[in-house]
Design a protein around this ligand. Structure first.
Ligand code: GAL
Length: 673
């Protein structure tokens, strides 16, 4: 059976390869260095539209034929990208209406990348055309590992094409203008629509936008981009290519896509992941991106891009030390990635991103950075058996789930909420970070899916929910789960309408509480709770209405009133957290609930040493990944062999080091070495 990126029998190693920026002498050096570094995968063509189609309908692919035959000769497989994220200048000159328009009405002209209006027919035709051309020419090539459609979908257009397509989408959704007017609460501010043609995307306007319009436009844009993706996929299949298809999601800064729906449409899910901090929280960020993507994928996934040597923090580059590059790479793999791919192979000498890190830096192969790349290539070969996923069951076992929903992010971004500083991904990440710090395995959960394997299910800041999601959460509790709902959840329905009668209206009866008023707090205004925890930013005048009180406010104007409650229902319980706990308090609180539910960290005590432990299941064994982010040597005792060092049963780990242990038993202990 041919191997696929799901089960390639090895980890994919390499990255974006842009030989069109270089001479043919450099191409020869490239493949020699790829061999040296054990690179087995190159992603080609991501930004090659202008080279492949120098003028409308005229294709030139001789150069790409040559690139592919060079890779072939070196035994390097390839992802072939469709170059549709970056239309060439001739395209926008010929089709100026296909340029995106910003919300403020200004056109975005060519000169950078991503200058396309996704709803423009000329763009869609051209994108289908180039996808078809590539699929016909290369779709059955034996070196083709898969299709990388487009690059980081997420360019949002507010122009006339978008307006037309948005109206069509709204007509399909609401059928009558009356139901749209009701759903959008257009009675407020005289926004009532008498004809579909009056409806606009949420373009620049005088004051606040209508929140229901904003969220519908987000839904529409995600669907529209997905339709463009699906059209390319159909062209590729129609041309007879059966290779797996993906598109690379951008994490975590963009929220333009409903990732669950998009994941359903792909053969394998992939992400680009760039650390957003040079500090130690970067390690938690790797885990967060990986757990999210594994959950979207429902199994193995691909890391399509990371940065080998650094990260951009604010206005400057921060270095990623080689040991961190290796640890991060193994961190993604521990949590289900089938690859360690980078942007990009060779650092550009010119162009907009010439200072972005690369596997081959400007200084060339005689560098500490390239030696680390070679070392990583060797390590990935040593652990290749891990790449075979289990034939049944889950890849990373977890008893803790965190609900994730793109709609939650969109709804919490609508303006003029009680506290606009509360960010959806900040809250989700805070919950994930708390479990990561405690050493627990975590999955993310799609609303409405089977959550019965999670003993603990956390719902952070899911501001707007449907009645269906409310029923799903109730069912989870009734059948024995421990549900934790945080503040800023369930306040509104899917039309961004508050459910009156006390907060959080959508979940009031499930939680057994009723809040009569929300008190956002200024930054730094800390409230203390009777159980010793501290919160702030958001507090509520809360009444228990069927729930037990776990903690009361112990300072400030709400002193003595409930802050954290628990309602028992069926065989489970529903906990409500009415304030934003400080991170240290959230860590304590969630770890306490995990312990109460009988959930154990992957390796008891490891976190205290700065060691991250992750168990990834394989086809014939389980593998314990140990990533040492701390600063003292440790010793880990148990039964199993480290595939990297060859050590058995007693494994010494220096700061910065990694072990990948084929387990003979799950009983391990960790001590200071
Ligand atoms: C990614 C993108 C790449 C490159 C990289 C570095 O998001 O896909 O093309 O721009 O960032 O900034």
């Amino acid at each position: 059976m041919p191997h696929t990126p799901h089960a390639p029998g090895m980890f994919l190693f390499g990255g974006d390869y842009n030989p069109e920026q270089w001479s043919r002498e450099i191409w020869a050096e490239d493949v020699a260095l790829m061999r040296q570094a054990h690179v087995n995968t190159a992603t080609i063509g991501v930004f090659s539209w202008a080279m492949l189609e120098p003028s409308e309908g005229e294709y030139d692919s001789q150069w790409l034929d040559d690139v592919i035959s060079n890779l072939d000769a070196a035994g390097v497989g390839f992802f072939l990208a469709t170059p549709t994220a970056s239309p060439p200048p001739w395209f926008t000159t010929a089709h100026p209406d296909a340029l995106p328009i910003r919300a403020d009405g200004t056109p975005v002209l060519h000169g950078s990348r991503d200058t396309y209006a996704v709803s423009a027919p000329a763009y869609r035709d051209a994108a289908r055309g180039i996808a078809r051309f590539l699929a016909e020419r290369y779709g059955t090539h034996p070196g083709l590992r898969g299709w990388h459609i487009h690059n980081e979908y997420g360019t949002i257009d507010y122009g006339p094409h978008a307006a037309r397509a948005f109206r069509d989408w709204l007509r399909r959704k609401y059928v009558t203008l009356e139901s749209l007017n009701t759903a959008w609460s257009t009675a407020f501010w005289s926004q009532r629509y008498g004809t579909w043609d009056d409806i606009l995307p949420p373009v620049q306007t005088q004051y606040l936008h209508n929140p229901a319009q904003l969220v519908d436009f987000k839904r529409f844009s995600s669907d529209e981009l997905l339709a463009a993706f699906t059209e390319q996929k159909d062209e590729i299949r129609a041309a007879g290519s059966t290779a797996p298809i993906t598109t690379n999601f951008m994490l975590p800064t963009w929220n333009h896509l409903d990732q669950w729906a998009w994941s359903d449409a792909q053969d394998i899910v992939s992400i680009d992941h760039y650390l957003d901090t040079a500090g130690p929280d970067g390690e938690a960020h790797v885990a967060y991106g990986s757990d999210l993507t594994r959950s979207w994928a429902g199994g193995p996934w691909l890391l399509m891009e990371q940065n080998a040597t650094g990260m951009r923090v604010g206005d400057r580059l921060a270095t990623k030390e080689p040991d961190r590059m290796v640890r991060n790479s193994l961190g993604y793999i521990a949590r289900g990635s089938q690859s360690s791919l980078f942007f990009q192979w060779r650092a550009s000498a010119g162009g907009a991103e010439l200072w972005h890190g690369a596997l081959v830096p400007h200084a060339g192969a005689d560098t500490r950075a390239f030696r680390a790349v070679v070392e990583l290539g060797e390590m990935l070969e040593k652990i290749s058996e891990v790449a075979e996923p289990p034939t049944s069951g889950v890849l990373v076992e977890s008893e803790i789930g965190i609900v994730w929903d793109a709609e939650g992010w969109w709804s919490l971004e609508t303006p003029h909420l009680p506290n606009d500083a509360i960010g959806y991904s900040d809250e989700v990440r805070a919950a994930h970070r708390a479990f990561w710090r405690g050493g627990y395995a975590v999955d993310f959960v799609r609303p409405g899916t089977d959550a019965s394997r999670y003993r603990l299910l956390v719902v952070p800041a899911l501001y707007a929910i449907t009645a269906e999601t409310g029923r799903w959460l109730e069912e989870y509790v009734r059948s024995g789960g421990c549900l934790v709902v945080t503040f800023a959840t369930g306040l509104a329905d899917e039309h961004q309408r508050v459910v009156a009668g006390g907060y959080p209206g959508m979940l009031r009866s499930l939680l057994g509480v009723r809040a009569e008023q929300i008190f956002p707090r200024p930054d730094g205004d800390i409230v203390y709770l009777s159980n010793g925890l501290a919160g702030g930013s958001w507090t509520e005048m809360l009444h228990a209405d069927g729930a037990d009180i776990l903690a009361r406010y112990d300072s400030g104007n709400l002193s003595g009133l409930p802050a954290i409650t628990r309602r028992s229902l069926g065989t489970g319980s529903a906990i409500y957290l009415s304030t934003k706990l400080e991170q240290a308090s959230l860590d304590t609180f969630l770890a306490g609930l995990a312990a109460e539910a009988g959930i154990l960290p992957v390796l008891e005590g490891a976190s205290a040493f700065g060691v991250e432990a992750v168990r990834r299941r394989g086809a014939t064994a389980d593998y314990l990944f140990l990533l040492h982010h701390g600063d003292h040597p440790v010793r880990v005792d148990g039964a199993g062999a480290d595939l990297l060092s060859g050590a058995r049963d007693r494994i010494l780990l220096a700061p910065g080091q990694v072990a990948v242990i084929r387990e003979e038993s799950r009983a391990w202990s960790i001590v200071d070495a």
